[in-house]
Write a protein that binds this ligand. Structure first.
Ligand code: ATP
Ligand code: MG
Length: 684
């Protein structure tokens, strides 16, 4: 049986898939079958009798993990898999380790994962002066370089960085006290645990005898070190990567991990794949032309195997609305002609560009999914519910308690919360426990009589709810609503309908989760959703929109890349790196299989104002502009254009002012000036 699925591989791929023991590096360009090779290898290892439980495969996104699992399973007889192999993102793997072993760091395993938004709010509460985004990213860098607050302080030369290191220290204390972990901790804490306990590192290494990593070019120092620990008893690591697709430099990913792989792991076998099976040769040509402008690369060859295909289209539009209209029209035509919506995707470099697309899609009644955005869970009503549920599972979570202590409104103001906070710090006790333990009179001394009564009632309700949760996970949502009337607090509010729809959807999702996973707890659910970023995948039959980062490893028959303007793509200045931007361009183009359209506009409405833009250098660098390619006719008007009117005949535009979808034109018809809307004339 094993030979059958190897038949779809070329010789080099086959060679790699059948490699069993020892280190293996597959270095190859986009679409050359790297992922296909390691999924086949996974299936191959199982087919020759290696215990699936001893194989660990790591990726970067949930979507990639799901796709790989499906690909590998489709090759195998499901009966042959008794324990499924672990195939997940680095972060999910880190979470699993923490669930089991965080006690080695003297912490409890009912920790809660915070997202970037929570992180920023905590940082803001520690320091309001230094820009939170800067502090957040510096802390992330420290963690990914395994620098403790003390080490960060010692390394800081400028005053600003000493201050940031101070904030880092306070932030770490806050997380520990409230038993919270951030995304970086999901890698850092497991690493610390494995450093602390050599025995555990060896035990895990024995457990995971075969380790595979997709997209290795995007691993950072910390991930590499973690992998090293996992390989401490063997050398069975197989990684695949492409230096041209390294797009997480800003998160500390280092191409050195690939370049030094053969030094890091003994007797590495290196396999290169040189044929691209994904894209038509025209698409591939443009990708290759673009990436050749980078100096810092290994310079691999990538040959096409498919037909020439149709030309890559470039759309030029006056603004984002026109851009969206063109794309929506094209997609409608594609779908009308029988193409599947799920074969279509739109990519952008900057997330904010999705807004105009979303609007256009909604107007046109076209369904879409936004892949990789945290949209749903970012909505206030959902974050409130999550905060409620978090305190049911973790008393220490002051952060969540403060978020919902006055939601729905019960008259507890900021002053009261600040007072509770102060007492909590003074007594080194979470607010939750204070509220629980203090007698009403004592509490009244801190927050006043009325507030004391309110808070005691609130606590009693929370305690009841905890009990109800223990009794029945399925009924506890009803008890929650009966107690707090959370949903109806949105009755008659201007956007209440939409918010209640979100709440209903969330409840439905939780119930479904418990039906599917009867043995898991509310806490498991909370941690799962904190990690999940692809919750929008309710249906597969939708057009996908996503950032280029989120599109890594994926492929689509029909692809649109929007926002090809200087400043939007490439992003310029502010620490941006033009070579990394170009690699993003290469990643984006190489997602396309059959048809590719790249689009740029003359102006965009962004951050509250309309900005004039010039087209991206990537269009010319990839050979798309100047030369053989068709540029869509510009429907914008400008001074000097020749137009024809049904009654007034030919005229020349003297002035063009944008008016909604149209232009208000001042036209000179043989000496007579008239103001006419552009929809009444034809451009010649
Ligand atoms: P990326 O760098 O974008 O992650 P990749 O190298 O992982 O790409 P895959 O996604 O594994 O490439 O494969 C790209 C496409 O080529 C897939 O549709 C895959 O099925 C197809 N493919 C890979 N190898 C072969 C082959 N030997 N014969 C036919 N098709 C192949
Ligand atoms: Mg891949």
């Amino acid at each position: 049986m094993s030979e059958n699925f190897l038949l779809t591989l070329n010789d080099s791929q086959k060679d790699a898939a059948q490699h069993i023991d020892g280190a293996l590096l597959i270095l190859a360009g986009a679409g050359s079958g790297k992922t296909k090779t390691i999924t086949t290898r996974l299936a191959y290892l199982i087919s020759i009798g290696i215990d699936p439980a001893s194989i660990l495969t790591l990726t970067f996104t949930n979507k990639a993990a799901t796709e790989m699992r499906e690909r590998a399973y489709s090759l195998l007889d499901s009966a042959s898999i008794n324990t499924p192999p672990l195939l997940c993102t680095f972060h999910k793997f880190g979470l699993l380790l923490l669930k089991f072993y965080i006690s080695k760091l003297d912490r409890k395993n009912n920790f809660i994962i915070i997202d970037t938004d929570d992180k920023k709010r905590i940082l803001k509460s520690i320091d309001k002066d230094i820009p939170t985004a800067l502090v957040a990213s510096e802390i992330s860098k420290y963690k990914n370089s395994i620098l403790s607050p003390t080490e960060a302080k010692a390394a800081a030369q400028l005053k600003l960085y000493q201050q940031i290191a101070d904030i880092y220290e306070k932030y770490e204390n806050y997380l520990e006290k409230n038993n919270l972990v951030d995304f970086d901790d999901l890698l850092l804490l497991p690493y610390k645990i494995l450093c602390k306990s050599k025995a555990l590192a060896e035990e895990l290494s024995q457990k995971y005898q075969y380790i595979m990593v997709d997209e290795y070019q995007d691993t950072n120092e910390l991930q590499y070190k973690l992998l090293r620990k996992l390989c401490c008893t063997h050398n069975n690591i197989c990684v695949v990567g492409d230096d041209d697709q390294s797009i997480y430099g800003w998160r500390g990913a280092t191409i050195k991990n690939i370049l030094n792989f053969t030094d890091h792991f003994e007797n590495t076998k290196v396999v290169k794949l040189e044929e691209n099976y994904r894209s038509t040769t025209k698409i591939l040509e443009h990708a290759n032309q673009l990436i050749e402008h980078n100096r810092d690369r290994l310079g691999k060859k990538l040959l096409g195997t498919r037909e020439e295909g149709s030309s890559v289209k470039v759309y030029e539009s006056s603004d984002e609305n026109e851009e969206t209209r063109k794309i929506v029209d094209d997609i409608k035509k594609l779908i009308d002609s029988g193409e599947r919506a799920s074969d279509v995707a739109i990519l952008f470099r900057v997330n904010a560009l999705s807004r105009s697309l979303e609007e256009g899609f909604n107007k046109a009644g076209l369904s879409y999914k936004l892949v990789g955005g945290m949209k749903f869970y970012e909505r206030a009503e959902i974050k409130d519910l999550i905060a409620y549920f978090r305190i049911l599972t973790n008393n220490n979570d002051n952060f969540s308690l403060k978020r919902i202590i006055n939601k729905p409104k019960r008259g507890i103001g900021k002053t009261t919360i600040d007072k509770l906070d102060a007492v909590s710090i003074e007594n080194k006790k979470p607010i939750f426990e204070l509220l629980e333990e203090l007698e009403p009179d004592e509490l009244a001394k801190i927050v006043g009589k009325k507030n004391s009564r309110t808070l005691k009632v609130f606590m009693a309700s929370i305690m009841d709810l905890k009990e109800s949760l223990e009794e029945s996970k399925m009924r506890f949502l009803d008890s929650f609503e009966d107690t707090f009337d959370y949903r109806s607090s949105y009755d008659n509010l201007p956007d209440g309908f939409e918010r209640q729809a979100n709440i209903d959807e969330f409840y439905g999702y939780i119930r479904d989760y418990f039906i599917q996973n009867p043995l898991l707890s509310l806490e498991d659910f909370l941690n799962e959703i904190a990690l999940e970023s692809e919750h929008n995948e309710y249906s597969d039959e939708l057009v996908s929109m996503m950032s280029i980062h989120a599109s890594k490893g994926l492929e689509y028959k029909h692809l649109f890349i929007i926002g090809l303007e200087e400043g939007f793509f490439p992003i310029i200045g502010d620490g941006s790196d033009i070579e990394e931007e170009r690699r993003l361009g290469y990643v984006a183009i190489t997602r396309a299989m059959d048809n590719l359209t790249m689009s740029f506009v003359h102006s965009r409405f962004y951050k509250g104002k309309r900005t004039t833009l010039s087209k991206s250098r990537f269009l010319s660098e990839s050979g798309l502009i100047k030369g053989c390619l068709t540029i869509e006719k510009n429907s914008a008007y400008k001074t000097g254009d020749l137009v024809k009117h049904k009654i007034f005949g030919m005229g020349r535009v003297q002035k063009a002012v944008k008016a909604g979808k149209d232009y208000k034109l001042t036209i000179n018809f043989s000496g007579q000036r008239r103001d006419i809307l552009s929809s009444f004339v034809e451009k010649i």
